[in-house]
Design a protein around this ligand. Structure first.
Ligand SMILES: [Zn+2]
Length: 79
């Protein structure tokens, strides 16, 4: 997973973070990549915190999508 921005010809830093789904608490080992100039900056750390706080695993993301789709269908059938 690419985190942040990697410029052309920039050195890529690979790192691992343990991310946890905020919905079902499933832990996901996150193999991430980032550009050297962005890695470990203040913004980087802030973005990473934010990312962790809002992370949904694939399963929960799918559930959310299905729910939204159902709502759309419900709205349509009311008309
Ligand atoms: Zn989940």
């Amino acid at each position: 997973m690419i985190f942040g921005k990697i410029e052309k010809n920039e050195k890529i830093i690979k790192f691992n973070v343990e991310i946890q789904c905020v919905n079902c608490c499933k832990k996901v080992p996150g193999g991430m990549k980032s550009g050297e100039t962005y890695f470990n900056t203040q913004k980087f750390n802030r973005d990473l915190e934010e990312f962790k706080k809002t992370y949904h695993c694939g399963i929960c993301r799918d559930k959310k999508r299905v729910k939204r789709l159902k709502n759309v269908l419900k709205l349509k059938s009311q008309h």
